[in-house]
Design a protein around this ligand. Structure first.
Ligand code: B3K
Ligand code: ZN
Length: 873
């Protein structure tokens, strides 16, 4: 099938100068009239055809400069519209099409969610609305007129500022929106519906007042307040931290229930999956609140990194996404606790991105080819993309990084640009050469850094060797060395930082070693005692570290490192090592467990650490992280068994003390989503999780918490922990939760998730039954993902069952989903990416399930691309 290559990029022969759209929205159908002012580029030969994209459109009428076209002048088919010989001057192309938004279940283009008409255009949805040069390097100002029945759609929104509105007769009304900022079509948006709203305003740093509004289903207004608060804080933060001011008179957000992903940064009119807007203490968890804050910020930050400066082509996706994730992570760090946020982000990277980068779906953050661009909105483009930006900031220092960003905004405002241009601003602003650094964007794979060291007390010399190696990834057999910033410190025998008088053998900039060759050996002189190296502080590079540091030394760092991230990481490394050995039949010693327990207990008792950090410290590495450490021939049952066993042994002698601590952490104040309260709840629920997995009575403790909970965080945690450990109480709690919140779809998602992640042998049948229920909303992405993506991503024991029943259930479901919504289907299929790391029987069962799916169904390009890559062809 057709592959698109970056090397084939070429500008279009024609450009679009202005866009006027006229939507007439009626219950049965929607008419779209487009007036595009188009001109050939100076270098374009007369007679060059103009090829406009179109997807599933039927042309109703066509004219140039007001004159209808004869049939021989154009060609319209399912892939677009070609003008055979357009005028060799500026002209106005007018087309008219009719759409059926209610029938659009792919949720790309104009569709209906509930009663609301809404759009999703990124990356290639605009071509499902009108014929266009639907690519991000075509920028134009838009004027949009919407006419619709007043009774069903009193709210009419599009990008930019509202310039007119009024009555249109026959029960219709209209609104006219103008977006003065030239934008690519993927940022177009329209909403028409009967919606409630909350409003507020923000005064920018230059004193302009911006009207803010969040639109939602009637009755949900009060659940939008936290999102509004997050928006205002985001606007203020972007001014403070990056000097970025908002540019239009209005900023609107609309929450819809049917949405393919989280949210969309359309200029001045963000459209959100409602799960990332609605929050109340009874129905949303602390984690939901945190996500709302993060995604509201992310989409707002896109206004500068994405909208004002966009991508030249979709290969450059990481230009806007990696950078904007970096910005939202920084925002969350500044608003909450920086170390806690960092640990959270790294956990996420290790759980999701590392498996992608180490498996058949690995691709560079800036890919050089794709068959289906929708399959490249990945954790590599987003989260590894953010890590690359973070490394730039580490290497250049905060001031140097800011200079580069300032130059980026100054030089590229209004551009559709590239990763190369992004790198260049940092080079120019700082007078450095980043050519080798840029490999991070071009090469896939997680580098492995091997550490060894030796100390010579006679000469007080310490040698530290670091070497890097990156395994081959699809289409990239050999990897040049990366530029790896290693933020570090030396820790002395009493736990305090140690200095040195000189260092040679490599590049060291303050507390950062720059590892840019395959191997470097640094020699530190004037080192009074044998130090313990604390490397990759703050997770300064997205690498895997291989070291033979013994357990005792790791736990020493866990107690003494001045870097909180590395304290956490030392505990994780110690636990991961024991667990992966245990899962491979090499039992750990009682001494090892005792030592790990002591370190954990000490962490929980340390008055200098905050609760959220402690919660992260006591949460043992997940099954996926352990599997990754094992690497190949993984038996998920053995991994789960080892993890359960470890928790039992850790908890046994301290169960009573942990339970006391759990009780002490009870909160009597009214619920607040703030970091302090949320941190306390997460520590308490972390302890509950240990008690449920590790003691006989934990199940009852969880059941009691479930019954008495006064907020969703505690109630959901109690249910999910019970389900995950499949306690005697779990079925009853799941049953109660389902009926208690019947009628709230977002809470139903929580039930679907907890139920799908439970490792009991009944789960496959339970999912089948849920899917088969006549009232299951099988076209809604949130429901489908909560049920199936949760299962494939977080239930390794049952998904990878040796009898193949887990795989079969998923592929059968995907065959149906793919016919309706290919994006949701292919996202679920990515769960098969861990196949190559499994033991052979499970691997074979998984492969044959995918082969059968491919052979028996005519799949979408989205799904076949994923299957082909996982199967290696
Ligand atoms: N830019 C959108 C994602 C679009 C996904 C298209 N498959 C949201 C975001 O990253 O902010
Ligand atoms: Zn984004």
């Amino acid at each position: 099938e057709h592959t698109i290559y970056l090397k084939d990029y070429a500008p279009t022969p024609y450009r679009i100068v202005t866009v006027e759209l006229d939507f007439k929205i009626l219950e049965e159908k929607t008419r779209v009239r487009a007036q595009l002012t188009i001109e050939p580029r100076p270098e374009t030969e007369p007679g060059t055809p103009l090829v406009l994209d179109g997807d599933g459109l039927t042309l109703d009428s066509i004219a140039i400069d007001g004159l209808p076209l004869v049939l021989s002048a154009y060609l319209a088919d399912e892939n677009g519209l070609t003008l055979v010989e357009p005028p060799h001057r500026r002209f106005v192309l007018e087309t008219e099409v009719f759409l059926d938004p209610a029938a659009n279940k792919k949720l790309m283009g104009l569709y209906r969610s509930g009663g609301t008409w809404c759009t999703q255009c990124e990356p290639e949805g605009f071509r499902r609305i009108t014929y266009y040069l639907d690519r991000p390097d075509i920028l134009a100002p838009f004027k949009v007129r919407i006419t619709a029945p007043l009774a069903v759609a009193p709210v009419l929104l599009s990008n930019g500022n509202l310039i007119d509105k009024g009555d249109a007769g026959d029960g219709l009304h209209f609104a006219l929106w103008e977006d003065p900022f030239p934008k690519p079509s993927y940022l177009f948006a329209l909403v028409a519906g009967n919606l409630g709203s909350i409003t507020d305003s923000f005064t920018t740093m230059s004193g302009r007042k911006v009207d803010l509004a969040i639109y939602c289903t009637h009755g949900k207004e009060s659940e939008c307040l936290y999102a509004m608060d997050s928006l205002k804080r985001s606007m203020a933060w972007d001014e403070r931290r990056f000097g970025r001011e908002y540019d239009l008179d209005v900023f609107n957000i609309v929450a819809v229930s049917d949405f393919n992903f989280g949210a969309m940064e359309n200029k001045g009119l963000n459209i959100f999956n409602d799960k990332l807007v609605f929050a109340s203490p009874e129905t949303a968890s602390d984690a939901n609140y945190g996500n709302i804050e993060r995604v509201i910020a992310h989409e707002y930050f896109h206004n500068w990194t994405g909208d004002r400066i966009t991508c030249r082509d979709w290969f450059q996706l990481c230009l806007k996404e990696g950078l904007t994730v970096y910005r939202d992570q920084e925002f969350s760090s500044d608003e909450r606790s920086r170390p806690v946020q960092r640990i959270h982000d790294v956990q996420n990277l290790r759980t999701l991105q590392f498996p992608e980068d180490g498996g058949p779906l690995a691709h560079p953050p800036r890919p050089d080819r794709y068959r289906e661009i929708n399959n490249f909105y990945t954790t590599t483009v987003y989260e590894k993309g953010s890590e690359i930006v973070r490394m730039l900031s580490t290497l250049l220092g905060e001031a140097g990084f800011r200079k580069g960003m300032d130059l980026y905004f100054e030089r590229h405002d209004g551009d559709a640009t590239t990763i190369e241009a992004f790198i260049k601003v940092f080079e120019d602003a700082n007078g450095v050469d980043l050519a080798q650094f840029a490999q991070w964007y071009l090469q896939a794979g997680t580098p492995e850094v091997t550490v060894s060291d030796e100390y010579d007390s006679a000469t007080q010399t310490y040698r530290l060797n670091l070497s890097q190696k990156t395994k081959p990834t699809p289409n990239q057999p050999d990897k040049p060395p990366f530029v790896i910033p290693v933020r570090f410190g030396l820790v002395g025998p009493n736990g305090s930082p140690m200095g040195w008088s000189g260092v040679s053998g490599g590049t060291v900039q303050e507390d950062v070693i720059v590892l840019d060759e395959e191997s470097v050996t640094l020699t530190f002189t004037g080192v009074a005692n044998k130090p313990v190296p604390s490397l990759f502080r703050g997770f300064s590079a997205p690498v895997r570290v291989v070291s033979n540091m013994d357990l005792e030394t790791l736990l020493f760092l866990a107690r003494h490192d001045s870097d909180p991230f590395n304290r956490w990481d030392a505990l994780q490394t110690a636990a991961t090592r024991l667990l992966s050995e245990g899962a491979q039949g090499r039992a750990w010693t009682g001494d090892a467990v005792d030592a790990l327990r002591d370190a954990l207990v000490e962490t929980v008792q340390d008055p200098s650490l905050d609760d959220a950090f402690k919660a992260q410290a006591i949460s043992l590495p997940g099954e996926g992280v352990i599997a990754r450490q094992i690497g190949e021939n993984v038996d998920p049952d053995a991994v789960a068994r080892a993890r359960r066993q470890m928790i039992r042994e850790l908890v046994a002698p301290v169960g009573a003390a942990l339970e006391r601590r759990y009780e002490e952490l009870t909160i009597s104040d009214p619920y607040s989503p703030d970091a302090a309260q949320a941190g306390r709840r997460s520590l308490r629920n972390g302890l509950l999780s240990l008690l449920v997995a590790g003691t006989e009575t934990g199940g009852q403790l969880a059941a009691r918490q479930y019954e008495t909970a006064s907020n969703m965080t505690d109630r959901y945690a109690a249910m999910a922990i019970s389900a995950h450990n499949w306690t005697g109480e779990a079925p009853a709690l799941l049953g109660d939760f389902r009926t208690r919140f019947a009628g709230d779809p977002l809470v139903f998602d929580k039930w679907l998730t907890a139920s799908a992640q439970a490792p009991d042998d009944g789960v496959v049948e339970r999912i089948r039954a849920t899917l088969a229920a006549p009232d299951f909303p099988r076209t809604n992405p949130n429901r489908l993902r909560s049920l199936l993506a949760s299962f494939v991503m977080s239930n390794p024991v049952q998904f990878a069952r040796a009898d193949g029943a887990g795989y079969a259930m998923v592929t059968e479901a995907v065959a149906e989903i793919d016919k309706v919504n290919p994006q949701v289907a292919s996202r679920i299929l990515t769960g098969f990416r861990t196949l190559p790391s499994l033991e052979s029987a499970r691997q074979a069962a998984g492969r044959s399930a995918l082969e059968a799916l491919r052979a028996q169904h005519k799949l979408s390009r989205n799904s076949s691309d994923i299957i082909d890559r996982i199967l290696g062809n």
